[in-house]
Design a protein around this ligand. Structure first.
Ligand code: GLU
Ligand code: MG
Length: 443
């Protein structure tokens, strides 16, 4: 980042300050998501925004080796007390927070002190993979579904705030003010909500947002979760996005919807392949399908993820695809998009879009083809292939996958593996109940 760019950013930020003052903003939170899926933050008072835009805000590179419980490991290529990075706010995405009076939020890109992008910056990686797709003439539109449970406040145990039935209107009535406050906060923040509903598990809800470019979809996933958290706290309640809040029952997914576009046309429809897929969309989906075990190290990245990723819990535990099949990891919504169901919200959404797009692009480059779709619950099929049943299996598949490790770069990929193995060691002696309890309130 050169001096002209810095001055341009400073001027842009300075232009925004008066308007933000009028909206009673006193401080701006700059967030990034670390490799363990935790959203971390550094904030500046509003008057400091122009300087932050020009010079960045300091943050140690040691965050690259934080685990979800804040343990710090020493990675092969990251970690230690020395060095500093700069967080640069992406001013285009600055949002006044409706549920946190006085606050604005902005996602940050991480650079080194000389203005060079940090090689382990997840937002930068997502952008780089999207740029590679663009070089081939493609564009991806993405959207995350967010599932969470609402529990009573004041306890580390999970006590559902409502025991009304799954998908029951009664749950929404019981949490009527809560639900309305959430939807109005998101509307004020210009988040386009497609749907909101009570989900299957006790106290569980789901919300989906409109497709966007992949980096913005990941930003939105962060913003939506932080808004849910803020509204939940204002109602004296507690939200958990953990893959498995309690060991029994259905978990929280973080399904990713992806469509592939070329010259303004959605390639998931109007073609000659399965259910109207174009050959390009078929190849893209095939590339994702082939790499699902490795992708689990990114999209199902915590030890608790594997408590969720089991058959007959709608988690998509099988390496298979099907038309509107909610038990295969890939669910095709004909004419619209591909839903990757095995992912959960302990994942870093930037890494999720980056890795999944890299897998899809490899499918296109190699002209891969989807196998037969699965039209039943795969649990009934002797030949059905389970996705990894533990994090170690996923990490080994990730390390062996040249497409993904090349997309990340060797040092970034190795650091992901280091962090995952750190969490595996951290939970090695824990029962499923302890894993669920230690993960429950982290993300
Ligand atoms: N809660 C389920 C999961 O763990 C998904 C339910 C659904 O939306 O189909 O992914
Ligand atoms: Mg759902």
């Amino acid at each position: 980042m050169d001096t002209a760019e810095r001055e341009h950013r400073r001027a842009l930020a300075a232009d925004m300050v008066d308007d933000l003052l009028e909206q009673d903003v006193v401080a701006v939170a700059l967030t990034w998501v670390d490799h363990s899926g935790i959203t971390r933050v550094k904030s500046v008072p509003l008057a400091g925004l122009p300087r932050a835009a020009a010079d960045g805000v300091g943050a140690s590179p040691v965050f690259d080796v934080f685990l979800l419980d804040d343990t710090i490991i020493s990675g092969r290529h990251a970690g230690g007390p020395v060095g500093d990075l700069r967080l640069f706010p992406d001013l285009d995405r600055l949002t006044v927070l409706a549920a946190q009076p006085g606050w604005a939020w902005v996602p940050a890109d991480r650079f080194d002190q000389h203005g060079v992008p940090h090689p382990q910056d997840e937002r930068g990686l997502a952008r780089a993979v999207a740029d590679r797709l663009a070089v081939h003439g493609y564009e991806v539109q993405a959207g995350f579904e967010v599932e969470w449970v609402v529990g009573h406040g004041g306890t580390d145990l999970f006590r559902p705030s409502s025991t009304a039935p799954a998908y029951g209107h009664a749950r929404q009535v019981e949490l009527s003010d809560y639900s309305a406050d959430l939807l109005s906060a998101l509307a004020e923040q210009d988040v386009e909500v497609l749907q909101f509903h009570p989900e299957y598990a006790p106290g569980q809800f789901e919300l989906s947002t409109a497709p966007e470019d992949p980096v913005h979809a990941a930003d939105t996933s962060v913003l939506v979760r932080e808004t849910i958290r803020a509204i939940t706290i204002r109602h004296g309640l507690r939200s958990s996005f953990s893959p498995k809040v309690t060991v029994d029952g259905v978990g929280n997914g973080g399904h990713l919807h992806l469509s592939l576009w070329r010259e303004g046309r959605n390639l998931f429809g109007g073609g000659e392949s399965w259910f109207g897929l174009t050959d390009d969309a078929d190849a893209f989906a095939a590339g994702v399908l082939r790499r699902l075990p490795a992708l689990c190290a990114i999209g199902s990245p915590s030890v608790a993820s594997y408590l969720r990723l089991v058959p007959q819990h709608w988690a998509g535990a099988f390496a298979a695809w099907g038309l509107e099949n909610r038990e295969t990891a890939l669910r095709l919504v004909a004419g619209r998009d591909l839903e990757v169901r095995c992912y959960d919200l302990s994942a870093n959404p930037y890494l999720v879009v980056a890795a999944t797009m890299a897998a899809g692009l490899a499918g296109i480059v190699d002209q891969e083809r989807l196998p037969e779709p699965v039209g039943v619950d795969p649990v009934a099929l002797p030949e059905a292939r389970r996705l990894p049943t533990c994090l170690e299996e996923a990490v080994a598949a990730f390390e062996a996958d040249e497409v993904l490790t090349e997309a990340f770069g060797a040092e970034f990929a190795a650091t992901i593996a280091d962090v995952r193995r750190g969490e595996i060691a951290r939970f090695a002696d824990c029962s499923p109940e302890e894993i669920a309890a230690l993960t429950r309130w982290r993300h």
